[in-house]
Design a protein around this ligand. Sequence first.
Ligand code: BEZ
Length: 274
Amino acid sequence: MASAIPQTWNPDQYARTAAFVPALGLPVLELLAPQPGERILDLGCGDGALTEKLAVLGCQVVGVDSSPAQVAAAQARGLDARVVDAHHLSFDAEFDAVFSNAALHWMPQPDAVLAGVWRALEPGGRFVGEMGGAGNIATVQEALQTVLAHRSGNLQQISPWYFPGAAEYRQKLEAAGFVVLSIEQFARPTPLPGDVGDWLETFAGSFLSLVPDDERCQLIAELRDLLRPRLMNTVGVWVLDYVRLRFATSKPWSAADEHAYAVMLADIAQAAAV
Ligand code: BEZ
């Protein structure tokens, strides 16, 4: 079976062409409502732009990302950032919250990710995030399929992207044990700061790598021509058809957790009484 083509990240290119990603993630931070002193895991932290906001708010934040280059960029901000594959999280009840913006759709095995997030959280902890939802960048996906079909057949089989609908992701969250407090899918047309070619170079490198280097410019030109009538607005700004899936969940206390907590409180009260 064909497997996803890995994406590589270039922090300089990312900072130049993709600063809108963390900027548009601010509502997800609001949904998280981080409190000073909370231990927070930023899952798929990228270059740490939002991780840094959590640190400035007084949270004890750890960022993880599978890209060594992006982690180095996050560390250069003075953050605790680590190269970790989100499918193999090894944290054990170490966080009050797990936060993720625009990263979960790069993780093709959601059940493994959710199991790791669950383990990483303390009972009562929360998992709040946003990712691409069903239909995300459908126009771009269609254009990629059109221009690359003769080279690789059905691109879905090698796509690095996972864009679930709300019902599907709710089911996965609940199967992992989370209580879903909210989950919503909505269109968020997203203006780009520059040319769609920059976006393709930054985010669709795994598809572009299907052609030899000397054919890349031609491929991007073909994609640009296909996309222009549908994604360039009347004043010449590219606006991509992003769809977001935003959710807030909590890890409930189990009966065993509640019992252990009650025992601990009783022990404290007894110690205080003597
Ligand atoms: C996004 O939805 O944030 C996204 C998905 C795939 C490529 C680039 C961005």
